[in-house]
Design a binder for this molecule. Structure first.
Ligand code: OMP
Length: 270
């Protein structure tokens, strides 16, 4: 099945645009989990089992796994395997390089990890993006306007009367189809989000920034209406506030409770 079809199916089946980010860090897992790679895998398993009926997608941030070298690489593979087959997956690897290097990155993400999609940095141009889409069933989220304060450093520089991120969207929507291309837009920029939604009406928007980075869900919802999008939440769901002595069951109950609160605000059809 094409990744784009799976994305739509996953959103429709769950009636959800909630994407849960597995930015899992050994230093931050609760004491009820062993401080080991097995413990970290169990932590991910608990989160997935507690939320898989609400999540339209899981985003796995490669950095949190790569920091552990070969153990992290194994963990990454095992984490992908824990995710039920019908749920859309995003390899948040932010790749992009000269053609043959991008082709190698693409093999790793789509053939080895079997992810449905990848985040790609567009800075090196179309020939750095195309290898990820050689197989037309893949899906790419291009960084457009990121959630961080550094997004003002380059992405908002203007040329020909437009910001750089607007050029990225305009040029890449005319080059690639909505079946293959989405954009990452930080929920912290709700005003620009509304304008980007108009510019790229049918591409899926991946919107991080809710929770730990403080973006407003209602402002995001107002900007995107009921269009195709995923709103990502990582830390605010996977590290819930636990009080006193707790066990794995308490963790899983709390993760579910927090995810349900986000889910209620992230129904696809409200
Ligand atoms: P939380 O702030 O903990 O919800 O995590 C946000 C997640 O989204 C992290 O995995 C970030 O790497 C990622 N992210 C951003 O925060 N901002 C962006 O502009 C883009 C991304 C991303 O591409 O996923």
């Amino acid at each position: 099945m094409k990744a784009f079809d799976k994305l739509q199916k996953s959103i429709n089946q769950k009636n959800s645009i909630l994407c849960i980010g597995l930015d899992s860090d050994l230093k931050k897992i609760p004491n009820s989990f062993e401080k080991s790679f097995n413990g970290l895998l169990e932590f991910n398993k608990c989160i997935i089992e507690a939320t898989s009926d609400m999540a339209a997608a899981y985003k796995i941030n490669f950095a949190f796994y790569e920091q552990y070298g070969s153990d992290g690489f194994d963990l990454l593979k095992q984490t992908f395997e824990l995710i039920p087959n019908d749920i859309f997956t995003i390899a948040d690897a932010k790749r992009g390089d000269i053609g043959n290097t991008s082709a190698a990155y693409s093999k790793a993400v789509f053939d080895f990890f079997k992810a449905d999609s990848i985040t790609v940095n567009p800075y090196m141009g179309f020939d750095s993006i195309e290898p990820f889409l050689e197989d037309k069933s893949n899906y790419v989220f291009l960084l457009a306007l990121t959630s961080n304060s550094g997004s003002y450093d380059f992405q908002r520089l203007s040329s020909d009367g437009k910001f750089l991120y607007q050029h990225v969207i305009e040029k890449s929507t005319s080059r690639f189809t909505k079946e293959n291309l989405g954009f990452v837009v930080g929920g912290t920029h709700a005003e620009e989000l509304a304008e980007i939604r108009k510019q790229a009406q049918e591409n899926c928007l991946l919107i991080p920034g809710v929770g730990a980075q403080g973006a407003s869900i209602s402002a995001i919802r107002k900007a995107i209406g009921s269009s195709l999008a995923l709103i990502n939440v990582s830390r605010a769901i996977i590290y819930p506030q636990l009080k006193g002595e707790t066990d794995k069951l308490d963790f899983s109950v709390e993760v579910r409770k927090t995810a349900s609160n986000f889910y209620k605000e992230m129904k696809f059809k409200q």
